[in-house]
Design a protein around this ligand. Structure first.
Ligand code: GLU
Length: 446
């Protein structure tokens, strides 16, 4: 964990050590914060400073003009920065002969699936690797150790665009096992691109949960300047460990500039921006909570009924299968109805249409939709408008589609796709499937 090479020589010349509060001047900037330990595999060309807002910034040694020692760390604090509070507490307890804190502490399971949050550059190979072993987590985000005892594991290392329903099943099964092992909360590190599909999948696959299951991502990896990984991980862990809530949630930055982290219901959220830290928004609802990472405060924004509160005695219902023969098609002017016929010929069992406005497609698609329904395919309607309600009784087009047997799903199209996949794998008749689709199982309806 010690700096070496150029970085070490620079720090030695200014007589500053890990844990000290320093001001680093470069040509263009001034950084004020705590000097962090170097990452195990990091190069010797950067210093890492933890800024007051919780972000770690990597500063190239070549660009540094001067370093000012603002406050020397006390030995006690230095130890905290270097090894993290939890290990320190255990060491102290070892010293005075008391037992390990593990069985009393809040326990979180952290499962890494890949994506930016779980990766960092391996400076030896230039490749990106998963970084979520417990030791690496604590070295990157030492604050985590004061929130809970965290057991971290790498379940898979995939960018989220590569995930399929099979991966959702694997994640759901692992989370189910962790819940049966008695953890107080589960944090899942995940790529952001398809995180809202996975959160929907887990919302249906894992019902009646006793504790929070929280998906978290980052737009910038933990070893890059201005990474949002640390603040998001702290927010996710604070919520998973302490909130009086259960269910599946996505936890990401709330705004562009503040340090509050938003907690979204897993079936009511989507990624709306390619790169911004606050890319995720709750749709037609408030975030369920806001977490302030500086003060550790959790403000609940929505009132949860008793079934959605934390209750460790509650037995989860775990049903992790999905039927992959379901398609999501966005209607557009001129859509060729033979695309729907093609799905019938391929044996598809479900079709979710992203219709226009209140829930419409052109008359030209009607025959293909009738054929699909006649061949026992579940055909459902959502709206591509994203915001607002689906209302298929207002216009003739919507009413015609309803009378053909199209099922109106007043929820996000991505959530509807995942729900149809899950319902088809967990029902035994068309009637049962329809009634499951129309009942609100995981707060998915608007
Ligand atoms: N596209 C990748 C993914 O979704 C990286 C982006 C990210 O993690 O935010 O996993």
């Amino acid at each position: 964990m010690k700096y070496r090479g150029n970085a070490y020589r620079l720090l030695e010349s200014y007589d500053v050590k890990v844990g000290d509060r320093i001001v680093v001047k470069t040509r263009d900037n001034e950084y004020r914060g705590i000097l962090m330990p170097r990452y195990e595999l990091a190069d010797d060309l950067h210093l890492v400073i933890k800024l007051r807002n919780g972000y770690n910034v990597g500063i190239s040694v070549d660009e540094i003009l001067s370093i000012l020692l603002e406050e020397r760390a006390r030995e006690k604090d230095r130890e905290e920065v270097v090894i993290g509070g939890r290990e320190k507490k255990e060491k102290e307890e070892e010293r005075d002969g008391s037992v390990s804190v593990e069985h009393n502490a809040t326990r979180l399971a952290m499962i890494s699936t890949g994506g930016t949050i779980a990766s960092r550059i391996d400076y030896r190979t230039g490749g990106v690797r998963a970084a979520l072993t417990a030791e690496e987590l604590y070295s990157i985000v030492p604050e985590l150790s004061s929130i809970a005892a965290i057991d971290a594991e790498v379940l898979m290392q995939e960018y989220s665009e590569n995930l399929t329903p099979m991966h959702w099943s694997i994640i759901a099964e692992r989370v189910g096992e962790k819940i049966y092992e008695g953890y107080d909360g589960i944090v899942i590190a995940h790529g952001t691109d398809t995180m809202h599909y996975t959160s929907s999948a887990l919302s249906f696959a894992l019902q009646n949960l006793p504790v929070p299951v929280v998906l978290v991502g980052a737009q910038r990896s933990s070893d890059r300047p201005s990474s949002d990984a640390a603040a998001n991980l702290i927010g996710a862990s604070l919520f998973a460990a302490n909130a009086d809530a259960s269910g599946v949630f996505i936890v990401m930055h709330n705004g562009k500039s503040d340090d509050r982290i938003a907690v979204h219901i897993g079936t009511r959220v989507r990624k709306n921006h390619t790169s911004s830290r606050d890319a995720f928004k709750s749709i037609d609802t408030e975030p369920i909570a806001l977490v302030d990472v500086d003060s550790s405060r959790i403000d609940m924004m929505l009132e949860l009924n008793v079934r959605r509160r934390r209750d460790k005695a509650r037995r989860p219902i775990v049903r992790t299968r999905f039927n992959e023969h379901v398609a999501l098609i966005k209607f557009y002017p001129g859509l060729d109805p033979s695309m729907i016929e093609h799905l019938i010929s391929k044996g598809y069992r479900g079709l979710v249409l992203e219709g226009t406005g209140l829930g419409h497609v052109s008359k030209g698609c009607f025959n293909a939709i009738r054929d699909a329904i006649d061949s026992n395919m579940l055909v459902c309607m959502t709206s591509q408008c994203i915001w607002g309600r689906l209302r298929m009784t207002v216009y003739e087009t919507g009413r015609d589609l309803l009378s053909m047997g199209v099922v109106p799903l007043d929820m996000l199209p991505e959530t509807a796709l995942v729900k149809v996949m899950w319902v088809l794998a967990n029902s035994s008749s068309m009637d049962e499937a329809k009634s499951m689709l129309l009942s609100n199982m995981a707060m998915e309806f608007k």
